[in-house]
Design a protein around this ligand. Sequence first.
Ligand code: ADP
Length: 603
Amino acid sequence: MVGYGVAFALMGLVVAWAVVNLVSLGKATDAILSENYRSILAAENMVDALERQDSGILLMFLGNTEKGIAQFRENEAVFFEWLARAKDNITIEGEAELVHSIEADFATYRRKFSALTDLRGQDKMPLRSSYYQETIYPLFAKVRAACIDLRNLNEETMYAASVRAGSVARRAIWSTALVAASALIVALMFSLILAERIVGPIRRFMEASRKISEGDYTVQVPVETGDELGRLAGEFNQMANQLGQYHEINIEQIIAEKNKGRAILSSIEDGLMVFDTKLKVTGINPAARRLLDLGFAESGPLHCEDIFPDQNVCDLIRKTIENGTQPGVPDEQRIVTLPNGEGSRHYLFSVTAIRGRERNLSGIVLLLRDVTRLKEVERLKSEFVMAASHELRTPLTGLSMSVDLLLEHAAQGLPEKDRDLLQTAHEEVDRMKALVNDLLDLSKIEAGRIELEFESVPVPTLFDHARAIFKSQMDMKQVALTAEPAADLPSVRADANKITWVLTNLISNSLRYVSKGGHIRLTAHRVGPHVHLSVRDDGPGISPEYQSRIFQKFVRVKEAEAGGTGLGLAICKEIVRAHGGAIWVESSPGQGSTFTFTLAVYS
Ligand code: ADP
């Protein structure tokens, strides 16, 4: 408002000054017109009328009396009219005396003229030129000279007024220019001061903002005025204070969280490592250092492959980086064995992706859980089962032989009831023998006691062998067993005996569950570096909740036929795994089942 006020005041001053000057100029012009111009006009017309009257008199002397008198009278009226106007416009000094003398002299002049006309009327004397020369002309000349004086007087005054008006105009121009120039200078200075007053604080705000962005939250902008800028400065300072406080709180929280995380990582027994997406170690906890036997200096430039000679760990991390999540790898394949003093220890490893703000992958956490004890317990258990089944086999064989002999030789002499009891004992002993054999096989595999003899095995040979084994059973149950290996199937890398065991186990399961007139199909086809072998039947199928569990030990579907041990598929799984393959089932109740396992192509 002050800025606008000053600008308006200066503009008003210049305009007012210009108006004052214009008014005084107007007045000067007006004065010239009203005071002098009318008197000049009157004097000129009086001279004209006077000269025409004089001409009228001369006409009379020339003998044209009537016309001369008429001209005189006519112009006499004109003279009086202009004289009256001159009398009405007496404005300057000396003008009144001049007009009075004109009036008086003109009256004399008229009187002399009247005397002249009277003489002519009475015809007392003829018109003489000497009368004109001596009496009339001098009067005429005097009045005319007085009229010219009147005109000159007014002309001089008019000139003086015009000179005065000129000087007024010049003064007006200069003074207006001077006032305008000084107003301009004042306005310029004022706007500079005003601009500085506005821009100065903004500059200080900019400087303060820059400092805040550099992390200096102690910066304050001086509050100099109570206007909008002053209030803004107050708010700005408050904002800087609060930002500083938030910053402090954030830093404290971050430090607290970091310390918490560090404390957790240091206290857990599991080894924990963090990798970036290039598989470089970015963090490692003391437990991981210990179990990997890493010194404190070694961590920064280490690569996954420098630490784990076992390819599986780095492969799993790599796959997790590619997929975004850990691929579903069974626990048994996620064990890494690391040297420890004289012996070695086993660790179950799992990986978890770390995601950034935009959900993009920023790193990988690798957890190493020591499962040495669990493995040891597992091994002891298998050894115990193995020893127990081994010990049980000898008495069981004796028992079986005795029952067989009894059934063969003494059964005829026994009553029917006792014969049935003996028959039941024979069946139960057989079942027990099968269970003990299965347990022994499984524990041997689990304890790593079976030695696989890998060789190149053609799949059709495997299928033919299996069909030969089951020939009589198939005929008995009237079940068709067909083998349909794909053409050009490569040989597989396998231990033929063990894989025949798997195949016969799967076929005997199918045979158990298909009804009379059913169909069992053996198929095989190549998928990349593997061959998929399947046993498909059109039996009752397996409900989904059992499909993943039937490969565990002693798991049997509730309504399954009696006679099995619940160990067959568990043994199959162990054998296939020992071959580096996988086994699974696809089935739906009423639609039959397809058991598939994979073997590597022999190369
Ligand atoms: P078992 O000795 O009892 O057959 P397995 O481990 O071989 O033990 O099989 C586990 C269970 O899987 C069986 O009890 C049975 O319920 C189911 N099963 C296996 N094969 C088939 C099949 N071809 N059709 C239907 N169910 C099957």
